[in-house]
Design a protein around this ligand. Structure first.
Ligand code: SMO
Length: 767
């Protein structure tokens, strides 16, 4: 029986639920030392010196290392892009401190507690400089420079389809903004490095183990094969663990120098103040349309608060590159101009978070659609229908060069509207208003790119990202098919879904397939790692081509045994048999036992030629409490096309989780800084993560328009759910309030004021 398409229970769940998960912090060796980073409490300063004498004297402290003693080169993301300045990031602050939370020194001790206490005794001698805490401030001529450059603009890209954009007759100019948020994996970052021969063995909580291995090798001056990275259970990544960080290189260097295993596990305060942030953007947009609401042009000025540095290996182009490329969204648009800047501030570096720049792009085009509707008087669903690319227009190359492969955007919208009961809503809303209740309905259509391949990364100038992935599929003498890939499981269930894919590609029982944790020493694999919704497409593709070769070898060898032509053979559950001939077969385990050692050990690569473009529509109904400003989500509907679904239950879980993170960004989460560059939300007492009571049940409807851009038919499902909630909720709240909501998160105080004004207008009989 085919395994793909079935909701098999996640193989990951039983051990995790029984407490048998094995995370970095659960791994221990005799003599393991513990690292604790000494971090700057000041955002911007000249670093004059580090005094570690008192810390060194503490019993149990092995060493304290600062930048001078570490003496290693900075992390410099390999970016080759004419619009970007280089932004090197010291492993430990050197000469200057650029954000509160930046690592200045590291204490190594025989227990984590001693290390933590001793770290507080390290004195940092500094001369404070004025902080740069907003992009508006950073862009001023007299702003302090974060880097040794004449400007704080570290990336500045301009794009235009022509000198004069067609304008009007309807012209809407607005500023949209998204606050900073963070991915907040339940397990923070961490790694354990152990000297091994001339090199290192590393256990890391990472999404990109092969990239990490290369970064550590390069940073420490080792050969590639001297660094082995293994990935145990990972408690979530959501983009934050897609990067190699200074701490990881420092811990690796310490293990080598001290000749002992060294472990570092981030605590929550560090996670909030020194792992990456995301989504801090301000976008000035001028949208033009004709009187019927048909778009004529978009002009966007995107300003991204990149913080103090970029992330490795993506650099500082992530959001500034991604957002403007997708502001046209699923709409027909030929006249487009943008300027996109990544601006350095003295804040935590911006990195990846589920959807990267695309939730902001969706917010822009979907708020704009509602505003065009309001301005022209055309119904907001109808405005979208007039602009959405029709199914028969795809494949379609967008004005920014995105090749939308396949889909039916209009059908996604119409399904969402039907499920949310859009046509009956106006009456329902009016009746509620008469009773003093504020109901609103909002929706958003989106398209995203997933499974970015090497040519796209190269085109962006991101030279440190592989873009391809590899699989190693091995039939062992025990008859078990083992699979290694370059894509670690970070909670998204690929230990299960990759087994399902492998089973079907080989036509073997899924019980015979085992997906192994990532280990860079196995099969000498190279690859990208798991981010950008790529695992099913890129990893799935690598599994498919590996299985094709393994199947070819199995049939060839079975043909000898069975004295038949390979063309007449098929694999069925655990044996190769002659098609239709009943009894003539040979078991896989017998083939494996007789074969030469490497015969059934296959490594193949898949490099997606084009990204794939999942899409969908979200719709929701909300009620706003005028007193508290609380937004209660009454109904939430997702219609999405993630392609062929490998495991429906897992796809549903991905969508639920992504929508929850989208709701968080729309209504709750905000990393806010004061004017000194101090993060005011540096604990989970202050950073407002929604709980189960704020996240409603989510209805999910799937569509499936096939694509040729994915070998296994999957389009990617990891991120898409985060794209539309911000826009759909802002549109719903705006609808409830009769006022505009152009920044996220929507603050309860603002909502409450607008809600009371709305009710007052109603009482006066004004609409
Ligand atoms: S933010 Mo995702 O791990 O590309």
């Amino acid at each position: 029986m085919p395994s793909v398409g079935r909701s098999l229970p996640r193989r990951e769940d039983r051990p995790l639920l029984q407490g048998r998960g094995r995370f970095v912090d659960d791994i221990d060796f005799d003599g393991t030392l513990h690292a604790r980073f000494v971090r700057s409490s000041v955002a911007h300063a000249l670093l004059l010196g580090v005094d570690s004498e008192e810390a060194r004297a503490v019993t149990g402290v092995v060493t304290v290392v600062d930048a001078a003693e570490l003496a290693l080169p900075p992390l410099l993301p390999p970016i080759d892009n004419p619009d970007a300045l280089p932004v090197p990031r010291p492993l430990l602050a050197t000469g200057k401190i650029r954000f509160a939370g930046e690592a200045v020194a590291v204490v190594v001790a025989d227990s984590p507690y001693v290390a933590e206490d001793a770290a507080e005794l390290v004195a940092i001698d500094l001369e404070a400089l004025p902080a740069v805490t907003t992009t508006a401030q950073a862009l001023r001529d007299d702003a302090p420079r974060v880097h040794d450059q004449p400007t704080n603009v570290m990336y500045d890209k301009r794009f235009s389809t022509g000198d004069e954009l067609p304008r009007g007759p309807v012209v809407i100019h607005r500023t949209f903004s998204s606050s900073r948020q963070t991915a907040l994996p339940m397990e923070p970052r961490g790694l354990l490095a152990r000297p091994h021969g001339d090199g290192l063995e590393i256990w890391a909580s990472t999404q990109s183990p092969h990239m990490l291995a290369l970064a550590v090798a390069a940073g420490l001056g080792l050969a590639e094969d001297q660094v082995r990275v293994m990935v145990p259970d990972v408690g979530g990544g959501f983009g934050l663990k897609a990067h190699a960080y200074p701490e990881e290189l420092v811990v690796a260097a310490l293990a080598r120098r001290l000749g002992r295993p060294v472990k570092w596990v981030e605590d929550r305060a560090e996670n909030l103040t020194s792992s990456c942030h995301a989504r801090g953007q301000t976008i000035d947009v001028t949208v033009s349309a004709d009187a019927d609401g048909v778009l004529t042009s978009i002009d966007a000025d995107v300003v991204v608060d990149m913080g103090a540095y970029g992330v490795y290996a993506h650099g500082h182009l992530l959001e500034a590159g991604g957002t403007p490329s997708m502001i046209p969204g699923p709409y027909r648009l030929r006249d487009y101009r943008f300027r996109s800047r990544a601006v350095a501030t003295t804040k935590v570096p911006l990195g990846a978070y589920r959807g990267v720049g695309l939730p902001v792009a969706t917010f822009v085009h979907e708020r704009a659609m509602d505003l065009v509707a309001a301005e022209t008087g055309v119904d907001r669903a109808e405005v979208r229908r007039r602009n959405l690319l029709r199914a028969d227009e795809l494949p379609y190359t967008s004005v920014t060069g995105q090749r939308y492969d396949s889909g039916d955007y209009g059908a996604a919208l119409d399904t969402a509207l039907r499920e949310i009961r859009y046509s009956a809503f106006a009456e329902e809303q009016a009746e509620a208003l008469r009773a003093g209740r504020l109901l609103g309905l909002g929706f958003a259509v989106y398209v995203e790119y997933s499974a970015v391949g090497s040519s796209v990364f190269a085109g962006r100038g991101m030279l440190g990202l592989a873009g391809y992935d590899e699989a190693n599929v091995v039939l062992g003498p025990d008859g078990i098919v083992r699979v290694w890939t370059t894509l670690p499981s970070a909670g998204q269930g690929i230990t299960t879904t990759f087994a399902q894919l492998t089973a079907d590609e080989l036509s073997v029982d899924v019980e015979l397939v085992e997906v192994r944790p990532v280990d860079t020493a196995v099969g000498r694999l190279r690859g990208n790692g798991t981010f950008a919704s790529r695992s099913a497409v890129s990893g799935g593709g690598a599994i498919r081509v590996s299985c094709e070769e393994l199947r070819r070898r199995l049939l060839e060898d079975a043909a000898d045994v069975l004295e038949a032509s390979p063309a007449d053979l098929e694999i069925v559950s655990d044996a190769v048999r002659v098609r239709g001939a009943g009894t003539s077969s040979v078991r896989l385990v017998d083939l494996a036992a007789a074969a030469a050692p490497d015969r059934y050990d296959v490594v193949r690569r898949h490099d997606p030629e084009h990204p794939v473009y999942p899409y969908g529509a979200h719709a929701c109904r909300v009620e706003v409490d005028p007193v508290s400003g609380f937004v209660r989500i009454l109904d939430y509907v997702v219609v999405e096309d993630c392609g062929r679904i490998i495991n429906p239950r897992i796809a549903l879980g991905q969508t639920h989780g992504a929508v929850a993170q989208g709701i968080a960004g729309a209504l709750y989460e905000e990393l806010s800084y004061d004017e000194h560059g101090q993060l005011q939300t540096a604990s989970l007492m202050d950073y407002l993560v929604p709980t189960a009571s704020e996240v409603p049940p989510v209805q999910v409807e799937h569509m499936h328009v096939p694509t040729s851009a994915s070998l296994v038919g999957a389009k990617g499902v990891g991120e898409s759910g985060t794209l539309a909630p911000g826009a759909a909720l802002a549109n719903a709240v705006a609808d409830a309030l009769g006022a505009e909501c152009n920044s996220t998160p929507l603050h309860p105080t603002v909502i409450s004021d607008l809600a009371r004004a709305r009710l007052a207008r109603t009482a006066e009989g004004v609409r």
